[in-house]
Design a protein around this ligand. Structure first.
Ligand code: HSE
Length: 436
């Protein structure tokens, strides 16, 4: 029986410092849960001037990655530097050397997850990644273990705190997008490249990981339709409110006739839906299983301690597996590798949704009838419509909600409508979900 579990930590940035702090702060508590202490043997960090978290001495710091991935004393390698390379190379070397790996690297898993899952299974080591999706919310464990009796039907997630913070500021304070983005950057929520947050890429990375483990299918990240929030204006948010909807950047996945809808985009969701009440930097995942029905997981999706909480929980899980000789008990991608079935991800043209349109039109007779005529020809049925203001001969917004329609039809109809001489600006289109 081992009398301790040894950790090699790669990276002492935000997440790495959170991991070190939790391991030091809750050392005794974790030992009571695990039976033996968790010890950080080495930390790889390029910046030797970086201040050290409490409980970490200078001697454990190294700039030589081999002292982690090739160190016979290290049981678990923890990768928290993020990004593609060198992180991927470090993880693969660690796996080759028989180390178990814990990572929070969402971008890498979204793009190269299959290669890493396969490498870990082949080498017979554990690969855990709770910290990659929604920071402190144990959503991976919930899907892989807590909901393993269920056929997962749908997932609606607010999985990017920065964009949710921006949408909340725009909704509650009527701020313009740029101003709200500036505030989120000042508070340090945004990724190094905020494009990842505001253009939905970070959310798509996380959705790709969730789809993979929820539906038991490899996911080609490029197939996930991704649209960000930079085109949303306070005007659309206030019109949505008049229809009793809120606008949120949602990561959506649904099983439909043996194929999958997987998409990230701004979405109108009923204001009294549980996920619509998730504001600020908080994240939430609303997931429905055939046996359990709807469930909601809520919490902090970013920050040193929430992300550290997820990473340390993974370390404890792997340590338990080591101590009980049960490595591989839970497959990394949740399904047995040979039982995973490649499912088709529908293109955005094939999805079925309801829609919000804001037309900018000349205020004159017969405009509405021409627009509704084109929509009708494309099998799009109107649920409600309001004209905002009255400006004879001038431009006014015409706001419309539709019943369910196929996106291909919607795109063709809008192309035709936007060519009408009475339509003065490109029509704003936002998808609408009831979230069931
Ligand atoms: N930039 C991410 C967010 C951090 O805003 O949610 C956590 O992945």
């Amino acid at each position: 029986m081992k009398n301790k579990i040894s950790i090699g930590l790669i990276g002492l940035g935000t997440v790495g410092s959170g991991v070190a702090e939790i391991l030091s702060r809750n050392r005794d508590l974790i030992k009571r849960r695990l039976g033996v202490p968790l010890e950080i043997t080495k930390i790889a960090e390029r910046d030797l001037k970086r201040p050290l978290p409490p409980g970490i001495s200078r001697e454990v710091i190294t700039t030589d990655i081999k002292e982690i991935v090739g160190n016979p004393d290290v049981d678990i390698v923890v990768e928290v530097i993020g990004g593609f390379e060198p992180a991927k190379g470090f993880i693969l070397s660690a796996i080759e050397n028989g180390k178990h790996v814990v990572t929070a690297n969402k971008a890498l898993l979204a793009v190269s997850g299959e290669e890493l899952y396969h490498a870990a299974s082949r080498r017979g080591v554990d690969l855990y990644f709770e910290g990659s999706v929604c920071g402190g919310i144990p959503i991976i464990k919930a899907i892989r273990e807590g909901l393993s009796a269920n056929r997962i039907e749908s997932i609606y997630g607010i999985v990017n705190g920065t964009s949710n913070f921006i949408m909340t500021k725009m909704t509650e304070e009527g701020k313009e997008f740029e101003e709200a983005l500036g505030e989120s950057q000042k508070l340090g929520y945004a990724e190094a490249d905020p494009t990842f947050d505001i253009e939905g890429i970070d959310a798509a990375h996380k959705l790709s990981i969730l789809v993979n483990i929820a539906f038991g299918t490899p996911v080609d990240f490029k197939r996930i339709y991704t649209e960000g929030i930079s085109g949303i204006s306070p005007l659309d948010i206030s019109y949505a409110k008049e229809f009793n909807y809120k606008v949120k950047l949602l990561a959506i996945a649904k099983m439909r006739d043996g194929s999958i809808e997987a998409r990230v985009h701004p979405t109108l969701i009923p204001h009294n839906h549980l996920i619509a009440t998730v504001d600020g930097v908080f994240n939430a995942v609303y997931i429905t299983g055939d046996a359990v029905g709807p469930t909601l997981f809520y919490g902090k999706g970013a920050g040193a301690l929430p992300a550290g909480s997820a990473v340390v929980a993974d370390i404890i899980d792997v340590a338990r597996n080591i101590l009980k000789g049960s490595i591989g008990r839970v497959p990394p991608a949740s399904f047995k590798e040979e039982e995973r079935i490649p499912l088709r991800i529908l293109s955005i043209d094939e999805i079925v949704s309801m829609y919000y349109f804001r037309f900018t039109v000349q205020d004159m007779p017969r405009v509405l009838s021409r627009i509704s005529g084109i929509l009708g020809e494309h099998k799009i049925s109107i649920a409600s419509v309001i004209q905002k203001g009255r400006k004879e001969g001038g431009n006014v917004p015409l706001v419309m909600m539709t019943h369910e329609a196929v996106e291909r039809d919607v795109r063709s109809a809008l192309q035709e409508i936007d060519r009408l001489p009475v339509v003065s600006e490109k029509t704003m289109m936002i998808r609408v979900e009831e979230g069931k």
